[in-house]
Design a protein around this ligand. Structure first.
Ligand code: MN
Length: 256
């Protein structure tokens, strides 16, 4: 290599799905995730479903974790019978991502969980979900607005002080909304830090200072190029957390 890289962007894993396309299983991740992470100063790497036994080994080589959106988490994992609207389960993906949550927690690896990712992290830590907002929470806003990925369609009010409020630099924001499920009871060590005006949970985070973990129900990767600063600020706060965490990790393990 004639020239060393001018800087070393942190490496962030983004969980990806396996999906059948024309009869073949393909690794699938909306490219907007990796584009938004590149814009935020990361090098992204897609993490397809793997044997959960590899979770800690995999994350040992990674500086941060993004749990991406996707199909519904299997309700039996939180002790419920599936509602008829729930997607066909993907036990392989659920098991892999649950293992990633526990491995990230153990290492205090900064984690940003998005949409299904936030729901999955909640389930991994013992929480439950609203399986179908329209039927289980009638008289709420329309949250399943998949045709408007890049539009801010409802407000979210953020609790302060919180990690999320510090990241956003705001006590409320306007978000997109591409979900028919939501967090119901928060898992062990998690707390709800943002809600829509109808009470639906829009964000949760780890309660302690020992792990930067934020889960948002909206999709910041679809909004970081809008005029409003919130989603750029959230991704920048995630990057700051990753930078601080890699610095302290190299102090703990000199020469590593
Ligand atoms: Mn919503």
């Amino acid at each position: 290599m004639p020239n060393p890289a001018p800087h070393h962007p942190p490496l962030v894993a983004v969980s990806a799905a396996s999906e059948d396309v024309d009869g073949r299983a393909r690794v699938r991740l909306n490219r907007v995730y990796t584009d938004a992470l590149l814009r935020a100063g990361f090098l992204p790497v897609a993490a397809p479903p793997m044997d959960p036994a590899y979770a800690a080994t995999f994350l040992a080589r990674i500086d941060g974790l993004v749990l991406s959106g996707g199909d519904d988490v299997e309700p039996r994992l939180y002790g419920q019978t599936p509602h008829p609207t729930v997607d066909r389960p993907d036990p392989e993906r659920d098991a892999w991502e649950i293992a990633l949550v526990h491995a990230a927690r153990q290492r205090a690896l900064p984690t940003l969980a998005i949409c299904r990712g936030a729901q999955l992290a909640n389930v991994a830590l013992g929480g439950t979900l609203v399986q179908d907002i329209p039927s289980e929470r009638p008289d709420t806003l329309a949250h399943s607005r998949a045709q408007e990925r890049g539009r801010r369609v409802h407000r979210a009010v953020v609790d302060a002080p919180s990690r999320l409020a510090a990241a956003l630099g705001a006590a409320e924001l306007s978000v997109n909304s591409l979900h028919h499920q939501a967090v119901d009871r928060p898992g062990e060590g998690l707390r709800v830090v943002a809600r829509a005006d109808d009470g639906i949970v829009e964000a949760l985070e780890w309660t302690g200072d020992d792990w930067w973990m934020v889960g948002v129900q909206w999709h910041p990767e679809e909004l970081d190029t809008t005029a409003e600063p919130w989603d750029r600020a959230l991704l920048a706060a995630f990057r700051d957390a990753v930078t601080a965490s890699t610095a302290s990790a190299s102090r703990r393990a000199p020469g590593a």
